[in-house]
Design a protein around this ligand. Sequence first.
Ligand code: T1G
Length: 696
Amino acid sequence: MTEAIGYERVGDIAVLAAQNPPVNALGHAVRQGLVDGIAKATADGAKAVLIYGEGSTFFAGADIREFGQTPKEPHLPDVCNAIEAAPMIVVSALHGTALGGGMEIALSTHYRIAVPKARMGLPEVNLGLIPGATGTQRLPRLIGVEKAIDIVTSGRQLGARDLLAMGVIDKIADGSPREIGLAYAQELLDAAAPRRPVSEMPAPEPIDFDAAYEATLKKGRGLLAPAYGVRAVQAACEKPFAEGVAYERSLFRELMETDQRQGMIHAFFSERQVSKLPELKGVDPRPLAAIGVIGGGTMGAGIATAALLSGLNVVLVEMSPEAAAAAKDRVSGNLSGALKRGRIDQAKFEHLTETALTPTTDFGDLKDVDLVVEAVFENMDVKKEVFGKLDAVCKPGAVLASNTSYLDIDEIAASTSRPADVIGLHFFSPAHVMKLLEVVVADKTAPDVMATGFDLGKKLGKVSVRAGVCDGFIGNRILSKYRTAADHMILDGASPYAIDKAITDFGFAMGPFAVADLAGLDIGYMTRKRLAPTRDPRERVSTYADKLVEAGHKGQKTGKGYYDYAAGSRAAAPNPEVMELIEAERAELGITPRDFTEAEIVRRYMAAMVNEGAKVVGEGIARRPLDVDMTFLFGYGFPRYRGGPLKWADMEGLPALLADIKEYAKEDPYFWQPAPLLEQLVAEGRTFDDLNKEAA
Ligand code: T1G
């Protein structure tokens, strides 16, 4: 018996206990242990079998680290069928998160009991897959097609109460999974309860599967797995169980070979790897119980909201009583969203807004906070004035952070008497929703201050990425490049609308021009004005966008930008003034516009993104390629199933991308300067993933 599954007899009950930390993943030893355990229980005449997990959870799914390798027998579907075929009743006792293959194991047992906090789900679609161990065949037999399709295609987790109400589990009881499992198995034995193989339940009623497939494909914005999940559930209606299982397995194996599975597995592990940095090893963060936020505008109120929801007290400083009151209203508005969604109850809402939050105009109220983050106007003089006050009032050891999106943190730090305590914490708006946090480490930032930045990010449920100091850090620096590439395509003949469509078809939630309208066109306008004095004369700059802003069109906030957001209209229509400005500028420049295919638009756009990403990694602004990928998945709407810009580049092939860049450089050698790191990787036949592995 492998130690991965312990075996013991308790009276008539054979107990199989999973012991494979940290999450009892269903690796080969666990699968073998389960099959051996059922055989042993049968051989020694047990009258019931109990399966549960030691440690934090029931099986949390297949071992994702085995993906891409040749699967070793016994395969998970066979393990599930062996459990269900056992001659005695088999009970599973659930706690933690029984996910994917874990839920499939539970569905193959005859009875299921759970502790109140247990959760279950089939999150395979989040890995670019579908359940591949009979889940799409058993679940619809148990709860019907609609509910099964929702669970399979959403990948969401369900709590014990919902699972009980749906009939996925039979009972909820307090206690350890072992205790409640043994008690329930004994109760079933005393009642001479029969085996209940789910596979022998009648096939569920069908629905219009083609309509469900099309709707799911559209909703997935190019992600295949959820739509494949619909077809797998359809097989549960139309095929005998064994054939349905074989069909499910064929779809699973097909998805296993896709780039989408590669991209999403890369995202899964990178999301965990990105906060594991050598410089953080053995470094304890400073205490974090209360924070200060300077500036209660959209950003400051969002940061305060995220902090309050994570259990931190917040002193929110504004410049006048009216502004402080308005800031409190913004935070209350944000929290009322959490209240409506049931994330907090009324009592919690009142505690957060009336007790945990202290709006004030007095910097002196910051004297006891552990960390302050300022989110005031993006002007260096204003920032320095604020940091001067913080330096004077904050206690020794308090971390002083700036939320600036591009200003030089080294310069801000130098304006204080404690540069080691200064760091950048770049949140993304809305700060209580967006998961990305760029932790910008300045030259003099102390290691434990960086650790504190990551600890705050973890407390706030953020994906924190370490960034070095440069204009735009990681995300905005790369954004400025691919936005410029888009502007160049516009001058040469593409329209903003064709570019937005090409980029949304690629899988982004929004195209760059719709995003600009959302953020406000004045932001780009001010950035261009700020950079104009130091701009290299070789840089190709368009002016149509400035004219659009100077005409008063700042995007959604003024009702018009690239698109016309006429009140009440759902679909934003192109603003005709935009093409007029573009055509006038092309004429002025003597450009004869040419056509751009969607493929070329994507190719150029992504080449600019990848090239600048390679420069950001090469310069050490981002520690690893995966840091760039996580920045774009969690801050810029990059499609998760492509893994991130640099994972996408690896799968596209770096040599072809470099060749494109060299081709484009013939038109504009200044803009298209190949990144040295990209050239080096191509010369050495290596990939960005090789760099990620070396840094692990
Ligand atoms: N396989 C391998 N390693 C895993 C793993 C898994 N399934 N789940 C987690 N880990 C590692 C993780 O990388 C981290 O490692 C450590 O465990 C703690 O994870 C046939 C094919 C279970 C809710 O998708 O959702 O079954 O960084 O930091 O916050 O149909 O992990 O310490 O080295 O996330 O407490 C389906 C994925 C697989 C579940 C726990 N199952 N995991 O969260 O800890 S596909 C999943 C999670 C499948 C079958 C199909 C979460 C968690 P390290 P953690 P956590």
